[in-house]
Design a binder for this molecule. Structure first.
Ligand code: TMP
Ligand code: ASP
Length: 245
């Protein structure tokens, strides 16, 4: 449904993902994103949910987007609305999952046969091609160019942004006594072609270990059936709120 201004009518569902739904806001180039209570892993082979997850993740993401903004990193975040929504700039997502690793864990540790927990001398930036049917495969810079996903200049810009985001997030989480092991971010282009940090930054797409105990406070608790998933997400929000307000 398009209204008289050629905009999608307010409240129209435009896209439904695994953890979020995107709605038209009724305003040009502005959307509303709703964080759902659902939780998936392994390309949605494993499904779950917990009460209040949408609210917790919306609050964590918005806190982090605002902190990053203070450091000059532009994101799609404009404001929060209600309990589980954020108002964002409309972007066309660049189909790359940009992963930054400070400590080896997860897929790269497994692929290279290196034990989890090895601290890297320098943060590693990796690109994965966002395609559920292909299960988000790793792609090299040359493969990105070959596919026409991004230009050489854009690849360099994404790497630089990823490193800068990592520096800021590492500092913020350290204040909350959390080690940022790795994370995934996505970027999009707004209607003027500007690259903005988009999607979300939450315990769904980060590995967060308690600095003292090394206890996992992220989605690995769900992936690996470690229990206390909700409590861990709440703990991350509680610590960030305590330190950032
Ligand atoms: P990985 O070790 O499975 O490659 O994941 C690295 C980090 O990126 C981890 O914090 C989880 C996050 N991630 C996602 O959020 N979604 C994804 O599709 C992938 C591949 C990683
Ligand atoms: N792409 C995976 C998913 O479907 C990532 C993960 O295991 O978290 O959720």
């Amino acid at each position: 449904m398009i209204n008289s201004d050629g905009m999608n009518a307010e409240g129209k569902l435009l896209y439904e993902g695994k953890a979020k739904r995107v709605f038209a806001s009724g305003k040009p180039h502005i959307l509303r994103v709703e964080f759902k209570n659902s939780l998936t892993a392994f390309n949605a082979l494993k499904k779950g949910s917990f009460e209040n997850k949408g609210h917790i993740n919306r609050d964590i993401a918005s806190l982090l987007f605002q902190e990053l903004n203070k450091e000059g990193i532009a994101s799609h975040w404009i404001s929060n609305a209600g309990d589980v929504d954020m108002i964002v700039h409309e972007v066309k997502i660049i189909p790359l999952e940009v992963v930054v690793r400070n400590t080896l864990a997860g897929s790269t540790a497994k692929k290279l046969g290196i034990a989890e927990g090895n601290v890297l001398a320098k943060p590693l930036v990796e690109f994965y091609y966002k395609d559920d049917a292909l299960a988000d495969p790793f792609v090299s810079d040359d493969q990105i160019l070959m596919m026409g996903i991004a230009t050489e200049t854009e690849i360099q810009e994404l790497k630089l942004l990823a490193q800068k985001i990592n520096q800021t997030l590492k500092r913020i989480f350290a204040v909350a006594e959390i080690d940022l092991i790795d994370f995934k971010v996505e970027f999009g282009k707004d209607h003027q072609g500007r690259i903005l940090l988009a999607d979300e930054i939450t315990p769904d797409c980060c590995r967060l270990w308690d600095m003292k105990t090394q206890e996992k406070l992220d989605k690995d608790r769900f992936r690996r059936d470690l229990g206390n998933i909700k409590e861990s997400y709440e703990e991350v929000l509680r610590r960030l709120k305590g330190k950032l307000s």
